[in-house]
Ligand binder design. Structure first.
Ligand code: ZN
Length: 310
């Protein structure tokens, strides 16, 4: 009896030797290429996402797709090297408002605030804007329609420079010309929403606008983009909202981050990804064990997944 396995989509945020302060975590370039070599030695093949999604049945658990979220500029050399030297075509899921360093998303602002303000002072200021909220709980306390206004108010109160100046000086996100070069090298593009909200807390119309605005910008700036959408924080919209989005926005696939046995098969519009830029040991644990963790957490559901494959 053979348990069928499906292709896996890996995701990263930062692969670099020095992490930008806007997202100060990830893995080093050497760890990344060590991972790639290990996969290749074990007989895994790297595929472009478009090839896998075109006919998922042609692929199995030995087929991997690499993806990167948020569109950070620090990844540019690795992305180029990967495409040109390794002939591996990763997919980038871009945040619309961040493309070309026009703006940053609220989550990036909160990360920066924590680095420019003492935790005591930040806690007081946050409590002042959102009574009862703490730096840790702000994410869940803020309604998604208020998130940008609150992040901007906090920025204006705390930061010694404007968002625009920060973006001009640091250029943390990929520029349009970098994206054009990456496209020429074979990198594929999808979207990661306009402003990086938690889609599980959006109405249909809010979710629609997030995606529509992003795809419109991609058209406006002439960046060919697949109809792929990776959920920010891996938090999916309600099923009814997602079905309507898929239909109206003509999405080919959506991506969450809770891969388990039975995911990533043809016929499913929701795909799942596996995080690979945590600490070194965790990456392999994630890769090998995450499908089975569900067995411990939700034995009945997991058993159903497995039975479907027998
Ligand atoms: Zn993200």
């Amino acid at each position: 009896m053979k348990i069928a396995t499906s292709p896996k989509v890996l995701y990263y945020h930062i692969v670099a030797d020095s992490f930008p302060e806007i997202y100060p975590q990830g893995i080093s370039v050497s760890s990344f290429f060590t991972q790639l070599r290990a996969f290749q030695q074990k007989g895994y093949n790297f595929r472009p996402l478009s090839e896998v999604l075109a006919d998922p049945q042609q692929f199995d658990g030995k087929d991997l797709v690499i993806s990167f979220d948020d569109g950070f500029a620090v990844n540019y050399p690795v992305l180029m090297y990967l495409s040109k030297e390794y002939k591996i075509k990763p997919t980038l899921f871009l945040i619309g408002k961040c493309i070309d360093n026009r703006e940053m998303a609220w989550n990036h602002k909160l990360i920066l605030l924590k680095q420019y303000c003492s935790s005591e002072k930040l806690a007081l200021i946050i409590d002042n804007y959102v009574p009862g909220a703490t730096p840790a709980s702000l994410f869940s306390c803020v309604s998604m329609s208020d998130k940008d206004e609150i992040a901007n108010s906090l920025w204006n109160e705390i930061m010694p420079f404007s968002e625009k100046d920060y973006l001009n000086n640091h250029k943390p996100f990929l520029s349009i010309s970098q994206l054009e070069s990456l496209l020429d090298a074979g990198v594929e593009l999808g979207i990661h929403s306009w402003s990086h909200p938690d889609f599980s807390r959006l109405s249909y119309i809010e979710a629609y606008n997030e995606l529509e605005q992003c795809f419109s910008l991609m058209e406006e700036v002439n960046l060919p983009c697949h109809r792929y959408f990776a959920y920010p924080y891996g938090r999916p919209a309600a099923t009814a909202v997602e079905s309507k989005l898929i239909e109206k926005i003509k999405l080919s696939a959506t991506f969450g981050i809770s891969y388990k046995l039975g995911d990533n098969r043809s016929g499913d519009s929701r795909w799942q990804r596996t995080k690979m830029d945590g600490s070194k040991i965790m990456n392999w644990e994630q890769f090998y064990l995450s499908p089975y963790l569900r067995l411990l957490k939700h034995p009945v559901h997991a058993l159903k997944d497995v039975l479907e494959f027998l």
